[in-house]
Write a protein that binds this ligand. Structure first.
Ligand code: PEP
Ligand code: CO
Length: 405
């Protein structure tokens, strides 16, 4: 099957041994956790709870220490608590972390001082340092990503246990884009209790806008595992394509299995999203709808840096909620890129204008909200969720159909 966005590293002397090491390595996530998380998502679907998924665009291998991880978890919990307090709803938390090390890129190469070099593709593949040698894809990075993910998963696990003991809401769970097929395919494991296959690299893998074709490797891979799975949907998505992905990833129409994540852009969402929601609802897929109001709103600032304007992000998120409300569907929450530190990567709130961006811009890839900007987004989102909320669900085609044996 064709697999787009893959590193060209099969000829590297360490390729075969790295793949073998991954195939025989312990699972990063045990099967019981995947089952528990899936159960929590299906309960969320039936109780109109909320889902908050957030973290770095690209995780750094150098920021996987217990200290970095605790700082990230602290922000996730703080934002989750705020959303819960404002809406009165349970908020399930998911980090873009413990494996978010690979990036799809629109351009394979980029220019640096009249030199064309490969684009940075995430620490699982190459280095962000801009030189031809450091940008060469190195398969050993898959192993470094595995080890770093393991360190982060351990801290997440301890924290989830603490939250559970304190009878706080569940999470944070892990998630990342399942992009590198060499890596993900070697971390599929069999659950000894159920005999089912699951992806042991994370709780919630997703396919991106560039890798969601139903006849391609990424969707095929996720169709073979029982984890809950996500799928990004861009503004040019054809409703029939989305239905094909839904059929591939959720043939049984199971609540809690599929999270659809539209990332349309402020200017496109009102035209692009309604026909997609209608098609998915009519096909009977009980998906969770999550808004990514960031990836369709990236612009190049005058200072040359990529940025996003908080006002655009808020506008898209609110339109998303209105569109779902109008179709009597539950707008389940947000998927956002947020830093744990006070970065100046997006404009709005504490970052007054584009001239302030260079002050503390540390993202390896896309511009993230800082925690204050993320709080503003969450407060705007929560504003009428608490009072209006979703209307009564449409019955008929949107009700869960009987699945033939
Ligand atoms: C991302 O989430 O960082 C990303 C690349 O998203 P998308 O696939 O929606 O472009
Ligand atoms: Co991103």
């Amino acid at each position: 099957m064709p697999a787009v966005q893959q590193p060209d590293w099969q000829d590297h002397p360490a390729y075969a041994e790295t793949c073998e090491a991954l195939a025989s390595a312990p699972p990063l996530v045990p099967p019981g956790e995947v089952r528990g998380f899936r159960q929590a998502l299906s309960e969320l679907a039936s109780t109109d709870g909320l889902l908050l998924q957030l973290g770095d665009c690209a995780e750094s291998l150098y920021e996987c220490t217990p200290r970095h991880t605790s700082d990230k978890i602290e922000v996730i919990d703080r934002l989750g608590d705020r959303l819960s307090e404002l809406t009165g709803r349970n908020v399930l938390r998911v980090g873009r972390m413990a494996g978010q090390f690979a990036k799809p890129r629109s351009q394979a190469t980029e220019w640096h001082d009249a030199l064309s070099i490969p684009s940075f593709r995430g620490h699982m593949i190459n280095s962000e340092l801009a030189a031809p040698g450091t940008r060469k894809a190195d398969p050993r990075r898959m192993w470094w990503a595995y080890e770093a993910s393991d360190r982060v998963q351990r801290v997440l696990r301890a924290h989830r246990e603490g939250n559970r003991r304190a009878a706080r809401t569940e999470g944070p769970w892990s998630s990342h884009e399942a992009l590198v097929v060499d890596y993900e395919s070697r971390l599929i494991r069999r659950d000894p209790d159920t005999g089912e296959h699951y992806l042991a690299s994370t709780h919630l893998p997703w396919v991106g806008e560039r890798t969601r074709r139903s006849a391609e490797a990424h969707v095929a891979l996720l169709s073979t595992v029982v984890n809950p799975v996500g799928c990004k949907i861009g503004p040019d998505a054809d409703p029939d394509d989305v239905l094909r992905v839904c059929e591939a990833l959720d043939p049984q129409r199971d609540p809690g299995r599929l999270v659809l994540i539209p990332r349309m852009g402020r200017d496109r969402i009102r035209e692009s999203l309604p026909p997609i929601v209608r098609a998915v609802v009519n096909a009977g897929h009980p998906v969770l709808w999550l808004s990514d109001p960031m990836h369709g709103n990236t612009v190049k600032a005058s200072v040359g840096l990529k940025t996003r304007h908080l006002a655009d992000v808020v506008t898209e998120a609110l339109w998303f909620r209105d569109i779902l409300d109008q179709q009597r569907q539950h707008a389940a929450g947000l998927h956002i890129e947020v830093a744990a530190t006070d970065v100046t990567e997006c404009v709005g709130g504490s970052v007054a204008g584009e001239e302030d961006l260079a002050r503390h811009y540390t993202s390896l890839c896309d511009p993230r909200l800082n925690p204050g900007q993320a709080t503003e987004l969450i407060e705007a989102w929560a504003k009428d969720t608490a009072t209006v909320g979703p209307g009564p669900r449409r019955s008929g085609p949107s009700a869960r159909p009987e699945v033939a044996a």
